[in-house]
Unconditional design. Sequence first.
Length: 309
Amino acid sequence: MSGGQGQHDDPLDRLAAEEDWSRRAKAVENQVARERRIPSLRPGRTPRPRRDREPRGGISLIFVALVVVMLVSAVAMWTGIGHPSLVVFFFVLSGWLVTLCLHEFSHALTAHRGGDHTVAEKGYLRLDPRKYGHPVLTLLLPMLWLLIGGLPLPGGAVMIESHRLRNRFRDALVSAAGPAVNVVAAAGLLLVISVAGPSSAFDPSEQHMVFWEGLAFLAYLQVATAILNLLPVPGLDGYGMIEPYLSPGARHAGNKIKPFGILIVFALLYFPLAGGLFRDATAFFLDVSGVPTSLADYGNHLFQFWKSW
């Protein structure tokens, strides 16, 4: 039959093929062994795993500009350079905005230490007033009320993810951190005025009366801001301090009122009775500290420069 010899299996040929394959396999094994020994003589660097870093903070240039305006206007008040009403206006407004940024920054920093690291991604740690809440409801509206009525509504808001905080105490501490800034600022300003300032707004020997009047009005605003923020109204810090310890039903009801909390305060202060009681409560702390309320009154008069023009 044709082709039969081509398919014949010769045992000698098969043995030769097996010996050749064994040599080739042994050569490959030796090559692999040599390649494994080479890295051990020159160990390479193991690439380190990349860690997800939080965005860097840094201080906002807007905040720096506000601090510069506050300091320059303070020097102008002390030296008598410029129109008294204008320098008091810029000093008080910039000082109020600086403490507003520090107020919200304190909220964010406390939350960051308590477990909510998303505040860094949201830009709350940069002291940028543009990041703190709605530009109209939490910045423009309180500023207009300050200009018109001389009362500072609570301005600014940071969105804290409470479920990331470690416990209820941390949650309450986040809310308390903001008003603490205003309390410290008010205490510091009142202390300086009571120690080094005039005993009356009608002291003819005082050469820096404009400075003390502007400082007293800023202190008045800090006291007023602290009192307002500590009110137990949903949406304000006073309510946030007790909210973690309320029942689920009470917290659910409070969540419905939160968006309108600042508007409720705005409406209440519009009425003479509520507004008068609030002014009396604020003036009480000035009297206790030994600061004449007349200084703050004249400072308010200078601040609203448009009324005398």
